[in-house]
Design a protein around this ligand. Structure first.
Ligand code: 26W
Length: 829
């Protein structure tokens, strides 16, 4: 090593990334010069830092090229505004994208380091809750890979999604201090900072031309400072940017305190303003209506729009043609304040007249809706808006005034329609953000065919009527680079061997795999890979929980946020039912199963937390009952996140997608599992429907009520008591849970679960779907007993997942929503 270090430090800083020896010297040099550590005593953490900084250098070099080429071509840019991005770890992603995995592995080996161990040093940036945040990350990947000029804007939360442990069977939340040891990937742009204003008052006056102008004065300001993360695409010359904002106090002290000589008070006031980017709200299905959240939303919207406009003005001067050069996608309503903010900037700051500004605004924004749950639709109290963003409230009123005039024209005399379509909910005195986003956007999209249909028919029917063609569908997708190539490299290699590499950027190519389902040798290799992935998952489970599971058993997996509508409870009911049958010897040919459930509950969501506790109580009883020990195991996998998904999904045989029909907008886990060769048991909900259409009815286990049947059942008066009286097995299971069979030390522990099922009417139809679910699970068992038949179907699932690539989603957005073409920079760079 002494000699190595000497040589490396004598050499040049420049590294040839295609030569392991050069990389090795580069690593030593980065270790000394950037990390500041002696290579002779460096540990994995330091090697991770050295490697990350080295890769960061390449990102920067290539990023500059992209940037120059984009300005050169003056292409229309896409800005993706999202409060959440779940990018996953960066290191392996960049190596895969650059095709450097093998050489870097070799270089590290020569230094006595293992790449996979080094990669584990990286914290997983959990800047999102779940589906919506991960979708944003897949989209950035697809845009970079296919050379679309797309950039992301979000918040650099100091604390991301909490990390979850299970103590005494219950979820405990711990702060996710992911920046604790620094973040080697970010470029902090201290000079890119914008003031974001709050509170204050409005002064209106007539300008020299006699036009009424308004000014927002006496505001309290916070600076937004940019940090950039570079986004690489697979084998792509494009490097995109994800710009995340941090809140920083402005320099001016509060004079009031200052003049009184109260220096400490003045500084304290400044530090509280920095709480804006402190923490991600860990809720993905209910809105709290807290002022801090509103301020977070405006903070990132305002900074992003100022930045977007500043970029535009670097090469253009006419604000009235802004929409020709940019498109802004609103990821749900969280950034919907961008609509009035854009109006404020165009009218108050850039002096456009109202109508012109409104035209530009509506041609610029597009809005994606991700949820049908009424409790997840954002509304803000008028009083709060008036206090925090007085000018924006005025602008919203002006927008609403014009909007309602058109509604009156379109639906004359229909007061009910008027009331429903107003941006203001008069009853609750709140502003409806989805309405604002719809009115302010050129296109509105749902995320799966069923979801878009329900949006158009049930949630916003009058809007759909008033704006024909505004509502469009773009079914979600996932990136095969992370969710196959990277997380399941063995299967990726097997596929490439069989059909070539095209699938990596054109997932439809997987179709060529179909004949392989009939190839016995291929099936054998496919099964061997699945088994190896199950062993890896088994080791992960053992590491996380201490439980030993049998990789030969069926791995039945449900990982996602815990929510009543996703029906983890239905899964538990089936597990308990199975347990009862096994104990009573009522199963003739039992199929060994390991049921794996993972996911986080929002900290204030009592019932979701009870469900976690119930899973753990049930697991404890079953796992300690030797009479079923070879046949049934239950695992609650703690702290489900992107990194653990990368281990969990490739190891699944069965994918649980069992939400009540009409509640899950799309789901994206469903796609990841099928792509990795799991079979789906699922309802006709979200994208499951499209998955079924692609893979064929014989290759998926569909059960339960359809959306229409759910609605019809409710309309006729659904009675959970009646269901349970007609099904003694179900009654037995529910009795066991609610009477304390699994928790004799506190028998009324699951009182609330009984309450939601009966007193509150089983809103999500868990009981109604139980019998059909059990019947579908029996079909699953039967098929699993024939490994060859199972493998055939699993291979066909993989082969038919082509359409569920986020590349397809992005091409659709580009064509139908943004109207942009991919750039071709391959020649330029
Ligand atoms: C303000 C609280 C809040 C925060 C986040 C409400 C709602 C959300 C998101 C919209 C929740 C979410 O992640 N939705 C999921 O989006 C995925 C990507 O489109 C879909 O696949 C899931 O079905 C949907 O639940």
């Amino acid at each position: 090593m002494d000699q190595l270090v000497k040589e490396a430090l004598e050499g040049e800083f420049r590294v040839n990334m295609h030569d392991a020896d050069s990389i090795r010297r580069g690593l030593i040099s980065y270790m000394v010069r950037v990390v500041g550590h002696d290579p002779r005593s460096a540990g994995t953490r330091q090697w991770f830092m050295a490697l990350a900084h080295m890769i960061k250098g390449i990102l920067s070099e290539r990023g500059m090229g992209t940037s120059r080429a984009q300005y050169g071509q003056d292409t229309r840019r896409i800005y993706y505004l999202s409060m959440e991005f779940l990018t996953g770890r960066r290191l392996m992603k960049h190596l895969v994208d650059f095709g450097l995995t093998d050489t870097v592995r070799e270089a590290l080996e020569s230094l006595g380091q293992d790449l996979d161990t080094v990669a584990e040093e990286e914290p997983d940036p959990a800047l999102g809750n779940g589906g919506l945040g991960r979708l944003a990350a897949c989209f950035l990947d697809s845009m970079a890979t296919h050379q679309y000029p797309g950039h992301g804007y979000g918040i650099r939360y100091e604390f991301g999604m909490f990390s979850q442990t299970i103590e005494d069977g219950q979820q405990v939340e711990h702060p996710d201090n992911w920046l604790r040891r620094g973040n080697p990937w970010e470029f902090v742009r201290h000079s890119v900072a914008y003031p974001v204003r709050f509170h204050g008052r409005i002064v209106c006056f007539r300008d020299e031309q006699g036009r009424e102008r308004c000014e927002w004065v006496d505001t309290q300001d916070i600076n937004a400072v940019a940090s950039d993360l570079k986004i690489t695409g697979y084998d792509s010359p494009i490097i995109s940017n994800l710009r995340l904002w941090t809140a920083r106090a402005t320099n001016d002290f509060d004079l009031r305190f200052f003049n009184e000589g109260n220096y400490i008070e003045a500084v304290k006031d400044k530090t509280t303003s920095e709480t804006l980017s402190k923490v991600l709200y860990p809720m993905d299905s209910t809105v709290l209506g807290q002022e801090l959240r509103l301020k977070q939303e405006y903070f990132f919207v305002s900074a992003s729009l100022q930045d977007i406009i500043a970029r535009y003005l670097r090469v253009h001067s006419d604000m009235s043609t802004l929409h020709k050069k940019i498109a802004i996608q609103l990821n749900d309503t969280h950034p919907a304040l961008a609509v009035p903010e854009m109006m404020r900037l165009l009218v108050d700051v850039h002096g456009l007249d109202w109508d012109k500004a409104w035209h530009v605004t509506r041609e610029t924004f597009c809005y994606t809706n991700h949820t049908l749950l009424p409790e997840a639709l954002e509304t803000w109290p008028i009083g709060m808006l008036e206090h925090v963003l007085p000018r924006h409230l005025e602008i919203i009123y002006l927008i609403n005034h014009d909007h309602l005039q058109q509604v009156r024209f379109r639906f004359p005399g229909e007061m009910d329609v008027l009331r429903r379509m107003s941006l203001v909910d008069e009853e609750t005195q709140r502003i409806r953000m989805a309405h604002l986003a719809i009115v302010g956007s050129k296109r509105v999209n749902g995320v799966a065919a069923l979801h878009t249909r329900l949006l158009r028919e049930k949630v916003f029917p009058e809007f759909d009527e008033m704006y024909p063609g505004k509502f469009v569908n773009v079914t979600n997708g996932v990136t095969q680079r992370r969710w196959l190539l990277q997380c399941n490299p063995e299967l990726g290699a097997l596929i490439s061997q069989a059909i070539g590499e095209a699938w990596k950027t054109d997932l439809m190519a997987l179709r060529d795999l179909e004949p392989m389902a009939e190839d016995a040798a291929f099936r054998e290799r496919f099964n061997a890979i699945k088994l190896a992935n199950k062993e890896r998952l088994g080791a992960h489970i053992a590491g996380q929980t201490g439980l030993v599971v049998d990789p030969a058993s069926m791995f039945d997996v449900q990982v996602k946020r815990i929510h009543e509508y996703k029906r983890q409870l239905l899964n538990v009911l089936h597990v308990v039912h199975r347990y009862v049958l096994l104990r009573e010897g009522r199963v003739t040919a039992p199929v060994p199963r390991t049921v794996i459930i993972g996911g986080k509950a929002a900290p204030g969501y009592y019932l979701a937390k009870q469900i976690i506790r119930l899973i753990n109580d049930v697991a404890l009883t079953i796992n300690n009952d030797r009479s079923v020990s070879d046949l049934l195991k239950v695992v609650f996998l703690p702290n489900y996140n992107v990194s653990s998904a990368e281990i969990t999904i490739p190891g699944a045989n069965l994918s649980e997608q069992i939400s009540t029909a009409g509640t899950e907008a799309s789901g994206t886990g469903n796609m990841k599992f099928a792509l990795n060769g799991a079979l789906t048991i699922g309802t006709l909900d979200g994208a499951n429907i499209e998955i079924k259409e692609e893979v064929g009815d014989d290759n998926i286990f569909i059960f339960g009520l359809t959306t229409e049947q759910v609605m019809e059942t409710k309309r006729r008066g659904y009675n959970p008591w009646r269901v349970i009286e007609g099904n003694p097995d179900l009654k037995r299971v529910v009795d066991m849970i609610t009477s304390g069979f699994f928790n004799p030390q506190q028998v009324n522990r699951y009182h609330a679960i009984g309450e939601t099922l009966f007193e509150r009417g089983d809103q999500y139809m868990v009981l109604a779907d139980f019998a059909a679910y059990v019947e579908a699970q029996n079909r699953v068992d039967e098929l699993f007993q024939d490994p060859d038949a199972w493998a055939r179907k699993a291979i066909l699932n993989v082969a038919r997942m082509g359409t569920f690539s986020s590349d397809r989603s992005i091409h659709t957005y580009a064509r139908d929503i943004w109207g942009v073409e991919p750039m071709d920079l391959t020649a330029t760079l």
